[in-house]
Design a protein around this ligand. Sequence first.
Ligand code: SAM
Length: 257
Amino acid sequence: MYSKINEKAIKEWWDSASEYYQEEISADKMVDVQYGPFASSEKKLKLLGNVKGKKVLELGCGGGQVSISLAKKGAICTGIDISANQIRIAEKNAKKENVNVKFLQIPFSRLYKLKQEKFNIVIGVMSLQYCTDLKSLIKNIKDLLVNNGIFVFSIEHPFYLLIDPNDLKITESYFGSGLVIKREKWPDGSTHYFNYYNHKISDIINLIIDSDLRLERVIEPFEREDKIWGAGYRRALVNKIAPTIIFKCKKINSNKN
Ligand SMILES: C[S@@+](CC[C@H](N)C(=O)[O-])C[C@H]1O[C@@H](n2cnc3c(N)ncnc32)[C@H](O)[C@@H]1O
């Protein structure tokens, strides 16, 4: 469907950016799941239900804050991430917060490594936009879920990403390839490539439908305040379009377990 970027480039960016990214993140993120910029938290949205004793897999866990917040509520969490540096920070955070979470350096393309396990919940907060093959990933997620298992993920809202935050003009085509490559020059003079996909909403919904997961809810939350992620987000744009979109799916009626 889209031209490809490879995971090596994605890993390089996240290994390099990890420290800076984590500096921006508030400790509140380890108290409750925060679904994204100007999005609501799990306490308000109640997408996961009671997680006590539930097996949870977090995709693209970064510093592990989502898993840590769920582990504090009694969930048995595994967090995976492509970046060794992010995983290192996640392990440090879990230790500091005194919770037990299994963190593994596994890229989305190798999710099959977990195929011996089954999860009640799979969650990805602001990470699936970096996935190079969303179709395969969703299929693999379905295989890892128990019957009635829940898959919730948030990504940046595709409309939000089309608009220039400075003059609020539409700069990209919604009908483009979906692949965005941004060349960045960092203060130390090094050059890095920030890659992600801006999928159309219909493409994501159709991938879910084709995977046989049941789409239960699509949420375009809008909170007026954001103390957790908000710093880099322009108020004028945020007032017009939600920066985050959330999808909740369920695995139903499968005999495969
Ligand atoms: C924006 S961060 C979000 C991190 C975390 N979920 C949070 O809420 O702060 C995206 C994360 O996805 C990870 N990621 C990107 N591509 C990945 C891939 N192919 N496999 C596994 N993790 C990936 C990155 O390393 C990064 O930690």
